[in-house]
Design a protein around this ligand. Structure first.
Ligand code: ZN
Length: 231
C-alpha cells in the first residue's frame, strides 16, 4: 500500500522508534518523523549544497555542503548558487510525512485509515467516509553527508502558505460535506494557531503524544456507525 522507497524507510524507523507502544512519547515520535525525512532526502540525494559558477566556467571546482557563502572562497566573486531547491524538499517531505503518519495510525490505533488517490485535492486520507484528513508535514532540516544540518526556514503548518492551503481545502470539503469532520495533522504547529472560526474541526501535532491520543479519540468518536456495531 505504501509505495517504495517510503515503505522500507518507514518500516525500519517505525520498528526503531515506536515498536513498543507503551513507550511512545514526544521524543521518539519526533525522532521517527525526523529520521524518516533524513532517509528520504538521502535516498534521492536531496542535500543542501552550493557551487560557484564562475569557478566552474574556469574549470575549477568550488563547492560545499550547507549554506552557500556570499562570496566564493576561491575566486572571491558573488557567483555562488544553492543547488537543491526548496520545492524538491517540500514534495518529498510532504509525501514522507503522509505515509509515516498513515503507518503510525495503522499500527498504533484500531482505526481503519484509507489513503486518497492523488487527484483528490481536498485531503490525503479518510477514516470512514465521515472524516477527511489533510496531512501537512515538512522537515525542519536537511542532514548533509558531512553530518552538518541545514535548517529550513519554517516547517509544517508554521508556513503561512501551507496554513492557507490547508484551511482552503477544509473550506472546500466542508461546503460539500457539512456534516463530516475535516482534521489537519502536521509535525509543527505555530504557537497560537487554532481552528477556531476556521474551516477545520481539528489541528493535531503528530510529534506530541497528547495530540496524537486526542486525534485518535476524536476520530473514534466521529467515525460513525461501522458494520461491526450492528452485530
Ligand atoms: Zn568561485
Amino acid at each position: 500500500m505504501i509505495p517504495e522507497p517510503y515503505q522500507s524507510i518507514i518500516n525500519k524507523r517505525y520498528e526503531q522508534f515506536l515498536q513498543d507502544t507503551t513507550k511512545i512519547n514526544d521524543e521518539n515520535l519526533k525522532n521517527y518523523f525526523d529520521i524518516c525525512f533524513e532517509d528520504i532526502f538521502s535516498h534521492y540525494g536531496l542535500y543542501a549544497c552550493w557551487i560557484c559558477v564562475n569557478c566552474m566556467k574556469n574549470n575549477i571546482l568550488s563547492k560545499g555542503w550547507g549554506e552557500k557563502p556570499d562570496v566564493c572562497p576561491k575566486c572571491g566573486e558573488s557567483t555562488t548558487f544553492s543547488v537543491a531547491t526548496f520545492q524538491a524538499w517540500a514534495t518529498k517531505a510532504g509525501d514522507m510525512f503522509g505515509w509515516a503518519f498513515y503507518k503510525l495510525i495503522q499500527e498504533y490505533s484500531d482505526l481503519e485509515i484509507t489513503s486518497m488517490p492523488r487527484h483528490n485535492r481536498t485531503h490525503d486520507f479518510e477514516i470512514t467516509h465521515k472524516i477527511a484528513i489533510e496531512a501537512k508535514g515538512s522537515a525542519e532540516y536537511i542532514k548533509n553527508p558531512d553530518g552538518s544540518k541545514y535548517y529550513l526556514d519554517i516547517p509544517g503548518m508554521k508556513r503561512s502558505d501551507t496554513e492557507k492551503k490547508a484551511f482552503a481545502n477544509g473550506e472546500k470539503y466542508k461546503s460539500q460535506h457539512p456534516n463530516n469532520k475535516f482534521f489537519i495533522v502536521t509535525n509543527a504547529v505555530p504557537e497560537g494557531l487554532t481552528v477556531e472560526g476556521r474551516a477545520a474541526d481539528g489541528l493535531f501535532d503528530m510529534t506530541n503524544k497528547q495530540d496524537l491520543d486526542k486525534f485518535i479519540n476524536e476520530c473514534t468518536k466521529n467515525k460513525g456507525e461501522t458494520l461491526s456495531s450492528f452485530f
